[in-house]
Design a protein around this ligand. Structure first.
Ligand SMILES: C[S@@+](CC[C@H](N)C(=O)[O-])C[C@H]1O[C@@H](n2cnc3c(N)ncnc32)[C@H](O)[C@@H]1O
Length: 292
C-alpha cells in the first residue's frame, strides 16, 4: 500500500510557487488509500510537493508551465544536479550581493537573460530571490516577478538548503518510472486508466494567481466532469469557504467524499493579518482512507 502515509516531515522541493501545498501535504497523504499498482498522475504538478512526497514508482507529472517541466526534465537527464546548482548559486549569488537592492539589481540581469533564453538554473535563482516566491508571467510569456530586495539572499545556509532540496529530488527520481510533460490537464486525462490515481490541484477559482495559463469556470467544470468519469481514483484540492463566501463550484464535485481542514493564509508577518479559509479535499469513495 503506497497511501495513506502518515508524516509530519514533509520534504520541500527546490522550486516554490504560490499555492504550494506544503502545509496541507500531511492531511492529503493521510486521507488517501491507494495500492500504488497503477500510475500516479499529477496534472497540475507545480512545485511537486505532494507527488514527490508520495514518491510513487510510476508517475506522470505534468503542468502547462514549460519552465517547471524543463527544470524537472533537466534534473532527470542529469543536465543539472545539486553540485552544478551549488556552484551556480554561489557565483550568481555573489554578483547579486554586490549589486543594489533597486531596479539596477543583478536580479534583473538574470531575469532579462531568462526571458531571452529560458533555462532551469536562472529559473531557480529567480524563484529563490524574487518577491514572495511568486511564479508569474505576462501575456507574452515573460517572467515578470520583481526582486525580493534582499541582495544578500544567497547566504551559505540558504545555498546549502536549496542544494539539499535539489539532491533530495534527484535521488527521489533515480530508478523511478517518472515522466514530466508540458501539457494541459485534458491531455493528461487521455493517458489515465482504471487503477491509476490522479491528484488534482488546479488554480483556485475566483483568485487570480498569475499562473502560466488563464483558468476559468469552464475549465474547472470540464475538470470535474473528466475526473469523475475517468474510472481512476482521485483526490481534488480546492477552497470550500471563507468568512465571506462559499465556493459554488464545489457543487460539481458530488461523486466523492468531502474532507475539510482549516488553513490560515498570512498577509504580511503579523498574526492579526491572517485569513482563515476552509480547504476541501474530495477523494473518490474507494480511495478514502477512513482510518486516521
Ligand atoms: C495550485 S498550482 C499547483 C500547486 C502544486 N500542487 C504545489 O503544491 O506546488 C496550479 C498549477 O496548475 C498549472 N496550470 C494552470 N492551468 C493549467 C491547465 N489548463 N492544465 C494543466 N496545468 C495548468 C499552473 O501552471 C500551476 O503550476
Amino acid at each position: 500500500m503506497l497511501l495513506p502515509k502518515i508524516t509530519d516531515n514533509v520534504k520541500i522541493p527546490p522550486i516554490k510557487i504560490q499555492g504550494i501545498k506544503t502545509k496541507l501535504t500531511p492531511f492529503i497523504l493521510k486521507s488517501i488509500s491507494w495500492d500504488g499498482n497503477g500510475v500516479y498522475f499529477e496534472p497540475f504538478v507545480g512545485s511537486g510537493v505532494v507527488g514527490f512526497n508520495i514518491n510513487p514508482q510510476r508517475a506522470v507529472f505534468s503542468d502547462t508551465n514549460p519552465h517547471l517541466i524543463q527544470f524537472y526534465n533537466d534534473l532527470q537527464s542529469k543536465k543539472i544536479n545539486s553540485t552544478i546548482v551549488r556552484e551556480f548559486l554561489e557565483e550568481e549569488g555573489s554578483k547579486l550581493a554586490s549589486s543594489p537592492a533597486d531596479k539596477n539589481s543583478y536580479y534583473y540581469t538574470v531575469r532579462d537573460r531568462f526571458n531571452k533564453s529560458p533555462n532551469s538554473l536562472d529559473l531557480l535563482f529567480l524563484q529563490r530571490s524574487n518577491f514572495n516566491g511568486m511564479m508569474r508571467f505576462n501575456s507574452s510569456g515573460y517572467y515578470n516577478v520583481p526582486f525580493g530586495r534582499k541582495p544578500h539572499r544567497f547566504q551559505k545556509a540558504l545555498i546549502t538548503k536549496i542544494t539539499n532540496q535539489v539532491k533530495w529530488l534527484e535521488e527521489a527520481m533515480d530508478g523511478k518510472d517518472w515522466r514530466f510533460e508540458c501539457m494541459t490537464f485534458e491531455d493528461a486525462f487521455k493517458l489515465v486508466k482504471e487503477g491509476d490515481f490522479v491528484y488534482l490541484d488546479p488554480p483556485y477559482i475566483g483568485r487570480h494567481d498569475g499562473y502560466y495559463d488563464a483558468w476559468s469556470l469552464e475549465l474547472a467544470d470540464q475538470l470535474a466532469e473528466l475526473t469523475q468519469t475517468s474510472g481512476a481514483g482521485y483526490a481534488f484540492s480546492m477552497w470550500l469557504e471563507n468568512q465571506y463566501r462559499s465556493n459554488l463550484h464545489m457543487q460539481k464535485w458530488n461523486d466523492g467524499v468531502l474532507l475539510t481542514i482549516e488553513h490560515f493564509y498570512y498577509v504580511g508577518a503579523s498574526e492579526k493579518n491572517r485569513n482563515k479559509i476552509t480547504e476541501a479535499l474530495i477523494v473518490s469513495k474507494e480511495n478514502h482512507n477512513k482510518v486516521t
